[in-house]
Design a protein around this ligand. Structure first.
Ligand code: NDP
Length: 289
């Protein structure tokens, strides 16, 4: 064995991670709130324990794959004494500030903390395309890297524990906005009887062609020199997006995902910025606190 790793949480993701670690030669100690879920793991060679304290005593590396921030804190806090001196890798999805809060709690208790974000679904763990982001203690990353590399490509984002989660959530934001757009296209084409899967195929081809434009389109954001527009300007884009909304309405459907964009473009036009690059709408995303 390459050593023992304790896994807390045997949901779909925790189970895939535990199985992959065993497959690559690690011994596993497993804990799950609902004890029955440990059974298939025990059959596959894992040792099941009834408490997180026991899981911490069994290994120098403890990997948490629970539901959310609250479940991590409520379950790990009682085991802080046993976790002292251990490396805790928290792969549970949390917001950047939740990750930072757990990092601060870990530091207070002498626990070496690495936060992680999984850019994969359970079936992808250990397979091509799986990518995991990490941030927090650099030494924890160095110690756990050989094991973590068996799960997928690894990227260390920095020592601020919130950075892995921040990038995770930024990428997921782009994904959900994109899928909102896919639904809009499907809704438009459905009005003339086109099946969703057929529209999805057309959308896939179109998005694949335009995705490479993402980098050149946003390049101007770094300099902030929007006017005159290096790319499409506010006037052009406002007309284009407005016609998309009109077309949707003509077919009897709304355009809920597009309307906020037009609202921002309207604001830019109303303040005399018709000739600025349309991506300057990014400057309107800041919120006052
Ligand atoms: P599941 O719903 O399959 O499993 C959830 C796990 O969390 C179970 O082990 C469950 O225990 C445990 N749990 C939930 N609430 C508590 C609690 N209050 N106290 C103790 N344990 C609790 O989810 P996944 O395994 O899919 O997800 C786990 C994490 O991985 C999540 O943070 C998720 O965002 C992240 N992730 C998942 C991906 C996916 O595609 N599935 C992709 C990327 C990240 P019990 O069995 O007792 O209910």
């Amino acid at each position: 064995s390459k050593g023992t790793i304790s896994i807390l949480g045997l949901g779909a993701m925790g189970s895939a991670i535990a199985a992959r670690l065993r497959e690559t030669g690690y011994a596993t100690t497993v804990w799950n709130r609902t004890a029955a879920k440990t059974e298939p793991h025990v059959k596959a060679g894992a040792i099941a324990v009834a408490t997180i304290s026991e899981a911490a005593q069994a290994s120098d590396i403890v990997v948490a794959v629970l539901l959310d921030h609250a479940s991590v804190r409520e379950n790990l806090e009682p085991a802080a004494t046993e976790l002292k001196g251990k490396v805790l890798v928290n792969l549970t999805t949390t917001t950047p500030n939740e990750s930072r809060a757990t990092a601060a709690w870990a530091a207070d208790h002498g626990i070496t903390y690495l936060d992680g974000a999984i850019m994969a679904v359970p079936a992808m763990i250990g397979r091509p395309g799986s990518r995991l982001l990490y941030s927090g203690d650099e030494n924890a990353y160095a110690i756990t890297k050989p094991a973590l590399e068996t799960l997928g490509a690894t990227d260390f984002e920095g020592t601020d524990a919130g950075l892995a989660s921040l990038k995770d959530m930024a990428l997921l934001s782009a994904m959900y906005a994109m899928f909102g757009g896919v639904l809009q296209a499907v809704a438009m084409m459905r009005t003339v009887g086109v099946p969703a899967t057929q529209t999805a195929r057309d959308v896939t081809a179109w998005l694949s062609a335009v995705v490479p434009l993402a980098e050149p389109t946003v390049a101007v954001v770094d300099s902030g020199e929007y006017d005159p527009a290096p790319g499409q300007d506010v006037a052009f884009t406002r007309t284009a997006v407005r016609s998309l909304i009109t077309a949707a309405r003509e077919q009897g459907i709304g355009a809920d995902f597009l309307e906020p964009l037009v609202k921002h473009l309207d604001e830019l036009a109303a303040t005399g910025r018709d000739t600025a690059d349309w991506v300057s709408v990014i400057e309107q995303l800041s919120i006052a606190d």
